[in-house]
Design a protein around this ligand. Structure first.
Ligand code: MCN
Length: 795
């Protein structure tokens, strides 16, 4: 009997290789005599460039080339704006190398290519750039005020986009409200901080005209397309490979970093391989970041706590450029009503240019901010109405029978109205309350307070639209000699374990062992069509595409085996790597079936002939093929989701806060989540846990700090604090599995889920712990010890 792989707890098959240090990252790719690139970056947040003198750098021994905007010819363009939206006026994107002006500290001004990195860095220091610094404003709220210095002269008040969405009739509902809660919340800027910084290497073959690029990217196919079009090459002459990638978290999704364009350009021009490995400081000042938003949210409610309308006005910091358009604030604005019924919603935001590193999606993409706003507001509503925090949620959560819940008027990032498709929100909340011991907590808290200990309970619900289109594809092929199954897809993994889960999907369809399914991703030569890994979409979009391809192969294998064994297709069962006639011992291996669908191979495969009950019509026929059928046991199919499918969950924690040292201890942390049908619960748990670790970073530690001149002042791991294993508490994870009605596998995404509610949970818990001491509520993350001190001191 073969066991079902789908849903099984199978360890990621890449782990042993990575743990033994045998991974192959961009820097590990052996290249013949490579040159190395280093960048000259702006030391000013905003300045006019009076002149660039690269003569000394060019004369430096070992330097192959120095490029400024004057030496890159047709590449001296504003890079394409990736996600257009009518709410933006004249969106600004960056040039590969600055021309005329610089807009943030770290913006590339010149690239030096030399025999080694040391030489390249030394020569970069010799490039003499004469800057005329300009005034700046990095504070988000002050940046939109009249008279604030402008990042781009074209954009008054630094407003890059302004957008308003309405669902229902908020004005009418607000007039009927019996209670209004208004709060202001703020989330500060953070960064993905992947373990491996970004990296790109390129090699050009002048004989074949082929350019090969190794890029630590989440989007090799998109990079390939853009590279070919900007460099003026045929797409089939450009191969982009994403080898092992040490984390991406959105930072490495396609947005065309200057190095991704300039390194291949230099490799072609210089006729030698060129590579660029970003260092950690460059990752802080040159690779995109996210999170800063300030929300003014209002809940208009009945006295019973039922929210009848929500209004949210917020500012979103987009940094110096806006390559991703309004994607992040749009996701925030469509997630703002969370898991709650709230029938009337008005949400309006402004995207604001600041002279800082550009902002693009980082794991969670606007949802941590939206969740922080709605959940903090609900806690406040509960307090004002004298309700329990669980109860106020119970009164507003969407009930099972209300799905799908449409929020017409709120358009999600896929351009379609938000529609929460399925879930068991009440059950999730009940599970959390039970596991956390919420009913008895007040007593425990009281007892602890008597002993001078301050305990608090925090909770937060979240929803997450996952699995965005447009499409992904998969090619599934059974090898005719070995019977091993090869799966090619256009996505790439940065630690999500796709090769394991995709193998699980295929193994069940074809009745083979998971170990016999080999998944190839991250190479444009292996699969040509697709988009990228982002938006927690691999399970939904690629998973279903591969499932469909495997189903086609299954049907073909069954038909061929039935032909070979001279029985009806209904009598065939695929298991243990073979096709069996049900209820008998008669079988033929999948390899033999593959061979029999493969005309030339069959002629040389005695095993397949022996297994076949009849002679082929001619030496070159695949005997199992029906007339007109394509040879080979393989198929390609694509899947395009009809719209996002909404995962959700609720987290809760018990915290102890020391009002003297201001230390926060996490006593327990419980997560109830639902990502539809789970393909691999072990991988799902790893994803949730990793997300929660990043969530704790955003809740208590991580903030990119700028001084008033726009200089990043903590661009290193000494001053920018990421949580270590010692700071991430053990997490109790409870699963619910409500299949998505929107796709054949019933799956929803999970890759970002963990990080979304943590800030809200931690703030809720700290506030609860310190309530007897009075002081300000916690509406700003990360919560630092000095914020706790200020709250306790009442300052
Ligand atoms: N999965 C599953 N069952 C489900 C849903 C998912 O078994 N019902 C599995 C998937 O098959 C996949 C993993 O869980 O192996 C995550 O799936 P999914 O939610 O589809 O997310 P993606 O694979 O599309 O990954 C993207 C997502 C995002 S957007 C960010 S950001 C992120 C994340 O994944 N970056 C990561 N997780 C990360 N994990 C690591 N280690 N490194 C990153 O950079």
């Amino acid at each position: 009997m073969s066991t079902r792989s789908f849903g099984a707890r199978i360890r990621r098959n890449i782990d042993p290789k990575l743990l033994r240090g045998e991974g192959s990252f961009v820097d590990d790719i052996p290249l013949p005599s490579p040159l190395h690139a280093a960048f000259v970056r702006s030391p000013f947040a905003r300045a006019r460039i009076r002149s660039v003198d690269a003569a000394a750098a060019r004369a430096h021994p070992g330097v192959a080339a120095v490029y400024t905007c004057d030496e890159i010819g047709a590449l001296d363009i504003e890079l394409p704006q990736l996600i257009p939206h009518p709410s933006m006026t004249d969106p600004r994107t960056q040039r590969p190398l600055a021309r005329g002006d610089v807009f943030h500290v770290g913006q590339p001004v010149a690239m030096v290519v030399a025999v080694d990195r040391y030489t390249a860095e030394d020569a970069a220091a010799l490039v003499d750039v004469d800057y005329d610094p300009l005034p700046v404003e990095v504070d988000l709220e002050r940046a939109v005020m009249d008279g604030a210095p402008l990042v781009h002269a074209t954009h008054p008040n630094n407003v890059a986009a302004h957008f308003r969405q309405v669902s229902g009739d908020p004005a009418r509902a607000m007039a009927q409200a019996e209670h209004v809660t208004r709060i202001r919340v703020q989330v500060d800027r953070s960064t993905a901080a992947p373990m491996e910084c970004r990296a790109v290497a390129a090699m050009f073959d002048a004989v074949t005209g082929e350019l090969t690029v190794w890029d630590g990217t989440q989007a090799p196919i998109s990079v390939r397309g853009a590279l070919a079009s900007i460099l003026g090459l045929d797409e089939d002459k450009v191969r982009v490979v994403a080898p092992d990638v040490g984390g991406g978290f959105g930072q490495k999704v396609y947005q065309f970093y200057p190095d991704e364009l300039l390194v291949p350009m230099a490799a072609r021009a210089l006729g030698r391989p060129v590579k660029y490995i970003e260092d950690r400081r460059e990752n802080f000042i040159g690779s995109s970041q996210e999170r800063t938003q300030i929300h003014e949210i209002e809940l208009h409610a009945r006295r019973t706590g039922e929210v009848i309308a929500l209004r949210d006005l917020f500012l979103h910091d987009t940094g110096a450029f806006i390559p991703y358009g309004i994607a992040i604030p749009q996701v925030a604005s469509t997630s703002i009503a969370g898991a709650y019924r709230i029938p009337n919603i008005e949400v309006e935001f402004r995207c604001v240019y600041t002279p800082t590193v550009p902002v693009t999606p980082y794991r969670g993409c606007g949802r941590p901010q939206a969740t922080f706003a709605i959940e903090r507001a609900l806690d406040q509503l509960a307090e004002e109405l004298g309700l329990d925090r669980f109860e106020v949620r119970r009164r507003n959560l969407v009930a099972d029978h209300e799905f799908p819940l449409l929020r017409s008027g709120l358009l999600f990032a896929d351009g379609l109205p938000v529609s929460l498709d399925s879930g068991q929100y009440h059950r999730a909340l009940a599970l959390l309350a039970e596991r956390l011991g919420a009913a008895g907590f007040a007593e425990e808290q009281e007892l602890a307070r008597g002993q001078g200990r301050y305990l608090g309970l925090g909770l937060a619900f979240y929803v997450e639209g996952t699995g965005l289109g447009p499409y992904e594809g998969g090619h599934v092929r059974v090898h005719p000699i070995t019977g091993k199954v090869y799966v090619n897809t256009g996505l790439t993994s940065q630690g999500q374990g796709h090769d394991t889960v995709f193998a699980q999907i295929v193994a069940d369809q074809l009745g083979v062992a998971v170990e016999d399914v080999i998944v190839v991703e991250g190479d444009t030569k292996a699969f040509d069509w697709g988009v990228a890994t982002f938006a927690s979409r691999a399970a939904v979009v690629s998973g279903n595409a591969i499932h469909q391809s495997a189903a086609l192969v299954r049907a073909k294998a069954i038909a061929a085996a039935a032909n070979m064994l001279e029985v009806d297709a209904e009598a065939i069962d695929l298991r243990e790597g073979a096709a069996w006639v049900r209820g008998t011992n008669r079988h033929v291996s999948l390899a033999a079936v593959a061979t029999a669908t493969n005309p030339l191979r069959y002629a040389f495969n005695e095993a397949a002939k022996a297994a076949t009950q009849f002679a082929p019509a001619s030496r070159h026929d695949g005997p199992a093929l029906r007339p007109g059928e394509h040879p080979g046991l393989e198929a390609t199919d694509y899947y395009s989701p009809p719209c996002a499918t909404w995962a959700y969950g609720v987290h809760g924690g018990l915290f102890e806060v020391d009002p003297v040292t201001c230390a926060v201890k996490v006593l327990r942390y419980v997560c109830v989540h639902d990502c539809g049908t789970m393909i691999n619960p072990t991988i799902v748990e790893g994803q949730v846990l990793g997300g929660i670790a990043q969530g704790f970073g955003g809740a208590l530690y991580e903030r990119i700090e700028f001084d008033e001149d726009g200089n990043p002042i903590n661009a290193n791991f000494v001053d920018f604090l990421i949580p270590y294993a010692t700071e991430v508490p053990p997490v109790e994870i409870l699963h619910l599995e409500t299949p998505s009605p929107l796709n054949p596998l019933g799956v929803k995404g999970v890759g970002e889920a963990g990080c979304i509610p943590v800030g809200a949970v931690v703030a809720s818990g700290i506030e609860d712990a310190l309530r007897p001491l009075g002081g300000a509520p916690f509406r700003h993350v990360p919560i630092t010890p000095s914020m706790i001190h200020a709250a306790v001191a009442g300052t």
